[in-house]
Design a protein around this ligand. Structure first.
Ligand SMILES: NC(=O)c1ccc[n+]([C@@H]2O[C@H](COP(=O)([O-])OP(=O)(O)OC[C@H]3O[C@@H](n4cnc5c(N)ncnc54)[C@H](OP(=O)(O)O)[C@@H]3O)[C@@H](O)[C@H]2O)c1
Length: 292
């Protein structure tokens, strides 16, 4: 990975932070992101210490719940780096209570999918100019129980945190497969993964309560470490085995190695992929038009 530039969203903690360590150890320059200096500073030190990568670890602010933050982040990446080899769309979470992004989108949809969709658009030209580039998204096995509620993607008519989360993870897979359809794999590949059930900050007390909190707490002793959970991201980003491989859903976790699985039927539906793409573009265009 020497000479390559990697951006990892949501990398001040959990899976993203461990992926940053592993990729920096392999020689990459890694841009890690945080939405708070309080968490970002210690994370940068952690990644530097464990990777011995020094200045090759760059910390930039990114809040995917704000278009202004996404734009400022993308502008800094484009300004500071003349290439971008790998974009890892990893940040995300589940929320028991309905919240909204700065632009008024339901938070789970807005951060887990739409924020990453917008970020990918803003960085796409630089990725293509650095071909062959890779876009990797942390999805989840939860996409299997997800349904795209096309008439109410933002779940304003009745919100259940796990339903919104599963829908957002289905959106991650639909996005990946649609991106893979749009580009020649010699120029850009798109893959997504399920990291396993990982003992991270996911479903923290800040974000969840009640049944959702209980289920995650119950499962914690059986979960894998964030380092192990980062494995699919690291392999998809760095391994020559994935040169030219695009449109895959890969699973890590307990089982050694990273294995290709068939995503759910809905995730494989090209019409659903194109529909989500077009809706996401419309959301962004409408928001930008409103702001001008
Ligand atoms: N843990 C699991 O069992 C599991 C299973 C399947 C999939 N996943 C997926 O794995 C990914 C990483 O999660 P994790 O397990 O590593 O959990 P984590 O430890 O909670 O890490 C999530 C990261 O995303 C960041 N983030 C959250 N909201 C953000 C926003 N609005 N803007 C920018 N960054 C934001 C968090 O930042 P803060 O520190 O500021 O909150 C944190 O750095 C997620 O997409 C999750 O859906 C996790």
């Amino acid at each position: 990975m020497t000479g390559k530039v990697v951006v990892i969203t949501g990398s001040n903690a959990g899976i993203g932070r461990e992926a940053a360590v592993a990729l920096a150890r392999r020689g990459a320059t890694v841009v890690i992101t945080s939405r708070s200096e309080l968490r970002g500073g210690p994370a940068r030190e952690y990644v530097r210490r464990h990777s011995r990568a020094g200045d090759r670890i760059v910390l930039l602010d990114l809040d995917l719940a704000s278009f202004a933050s996404i734009e400022a982040f993308a502008a800094q990446v484009l300004d500071r780096f003349d290439r971008l080899d790998v974009l890892i769309n990893n940040a995300g979470g589940v929320l028991s209570d309905r919240r909204e992004t700065r632009e008024g989108f339901e938070m789970t949809f807005g951060v887990n999918h739409l924020g990453h969709f917008y970020l990918t658009q803003l960085l796409l030209d630089r990725l293509l100019a650095s071909a062959p580039a890779r876009v990797i998204t942390t999805a989840s096995i939860a996409h299997r129980t997800g349904t795209m509620l096309w008439t109410d993607l933002e779940r304003s008519g009745g919100y259940v945190g796990t339903d919104a989360y599963c829908q957002s993870k289905l959106a991650n897979v639909l996005f990946t497969l649609e991106l893979a359809r749009q580009f020649d794999p010699a120029a850009l590949t798109a893959n997504c993964c399920h990291p396993g059930a990982v003992r991270s900050g996911f479903a923290s007390a800040e974000d969840t309560r009640g049944f959702e909190r209980f289920i995650v707490a119950l499962g914690r002793p059986f979960m894998v470490s964030p380092r192990r959970g980062a494995k699919p991201l690291v392999v998809l980003a760095a391994s020559p085995r994935f040169e030219g491989v695009s449109g895959g859903y890969w699973v890590g976790g307990y089982v050694p190695g990273v294995h290709r699985h068939r995503p759910s039927r809905q995730a494989r539906d090209p019409e659903a992929g194109a529909r989500l793409w077009s809706i996401s573009e419309q959301y962004i265009e409408q928001t930008l038009r409103k702001g001008t």
